[in-house]
Design a protein. Structure first.
Length: 63
């Protein structure tokens, strides 16, 4: 008999993980990566950070 597996407890597969440098990142993605709620003010700050810093902006909020 096989055990039931809680899919939510499994680690995310490597193929689904990325830091943002491989793919374009949206300001909303940057806000969500920071763990905050997406608000117009935070999206605007994120947009400016992405314009100024590019993909490095996401590296500042992710460990």
């Amino acid at each position: 008999m096989s055990e039931s597996v809680d899919i939510e407890s499994l680690p995310t597969p490597d193929r689904l993980l990325h830091t943002g440098s491989e793919h374009p990142i949206d300001p909303e993605d940057l806000v969500m990566a920071s763990g905050r709620d997406v608000t117009p003010e935070l999206v605007e700050k994120a947009r400016k950070a992405l314009e100024r810093d590019g993909a490095v902006a996401v590296e500042r909020v992710l460990p």
